[in-house]
Design a protein around this ligand. Structure first.
Ligand SMILES: [Fe+2]
Ligand SMILES: [Fe+2]
Length: 337
């Protein structure tokens, strides 16, 4: 790689750096942002900084042992899958970051990478407290459905990550919209359904969900929309983006239905899961400037559970540092469009 990659005095003006293509001078200047959303999302990510040690996991083992066999299986298979999502996302982001040109957007991706590592660390802390870390991290060896979901997510990540064209970069960003906006969601709601029975897991998931849904999803929605706005994108590429979210819905429902069939959870039906995932997918399509293509229904109970836990004020203040509790999402504009 030549020296210009690091410093190019003849490179683009900072305010001209697009997301795809170009040659940046090499400075990261938070005072001159081509987009408003990038520095706003960076600030929000920082304001939301948390550490796994802030969650009280001291009673997790005792609480886990009181769960029914079905609930224990759901707990383990949910964390086995969610922990894979974060491990994969960290690696994917390092690769995706290489495709990006705008240095400030790259800086926000760097912070996101750190947060995904923090999520991986939090699963290890939680499962260590629960006493089943190795068992859960090894479940992919014994569970075909889990292995299949992980495999399908990896394939979606890998398909366009080599870049080389703006269309490929756009579809790579779509893989991340799916990860942040679809593949976590049933898992989050399962842990919220267990709720007060496992407060350590619930509170850890609250923090992770806030990162994914309040900052990572807006980051990739903005990246997707900006790439489209700045470049001419083939119609067939947009068709592929729709196919990718259709695949994501299938992948999420396939694992959800498998879990439900093996380990029924009170009140959850295949129809409820389908309505939930379809509503989420429509919302994600709207967020990236595309049209909803799934049947829309009223907000489901599972969606309401996830939304309820995004409200920081509900977190018991003695568990968390005040900087986290004071986190004020509504005051920051995350979308320039
Ligand atoms: Fe994450
Ligand atoms: Fe994320």
């Amino acid at each position: 790689m030549d020296v210009k990659h690091y410093y190019n005095p003849n490179g683009q003006e900072i305010l001209d750096e697009g997301i795809f293509g170009g040659s940046p001078t090499g400075f990261v200047d938070f005072n001159r942002s081509k987009y408003k959303w990038d520095s706003n999302i960076y600030d929000l990510m920082n304001a939301n900084t948390w550490f796994p040690s802030e969650v009280n996991t001291s009673t997790e083992k005792r609480n886990f042992e009181k769960l029914s066999d079905n609930e224990q299986a759901i707990y383990k298979l949910t964390f086995a899958q969610l922990s894979f999502n974060d491990s994969a996302q960290e690696e994917y982001l390092c690769d995706f970051r290489r495709l990006a040109n705008n240095r400030l957007v790259k800086s926000v991706l760097s912070l996101q990478i750190m947060q995904e590592v923090n999520h991986s660390k939090s699963y290890s802390v939680l499962l260590d407290a629960c006493g089943n870390s190795e068992e859960v991290f090894n479940l992919y060896k014994h569970d075909d459905a889990l292995n299949r979901k992980n495999q399908q997510i990896s394939e979606q990540f890998a398909r366009h990550i080599e870049g080389g064209s703006v269309d490929k970069m756009l579809l790579s960003a779509m893989a991340s919209v799916n990860l942040e906006g679809i593949y976590f969601l049933l898992g989050f709601s399962y842990i919220y359904l267990l709720g007060d029975k496992v407060p350590g897991a619930r509170d850890m998931i609250k923090f992770i969900a806030r990162d994914e849904l309040n900052t990572h999803l807006p980051l990739f929605s903005n990246i997707f929309k900006t790439i489209r706005k700045e470049n001419k994108i083939l119609t067939s590429t947009i068709d592929s983006a729709y196919s990718m979210i259709e695949d994501a819905v299938k992948i999420e429902l396939e694992y959800g239905n498998y879990l439900l069939k093996q380990y029924p959870i009170m009140g959850v039906t295949p129809q409820l899961m389908e309505r939930t995932v379809h509503n989420y997918a429509n919302d994600r399509l709207k967020k990236i400037g595309l049209d909803p293509i799934f049947k829309t229904t009223d907000t489901t109970y599972l969606q309401k559970l996830v939304t309820k836990h995004l409200n920081m004020n509900e977190v018991k203040s003695n568990f968390f540092e005040s900087n986290v509790s004071n986190y004020a999402k509504s005051s920051i504009d995350l979308d320039d469009f």
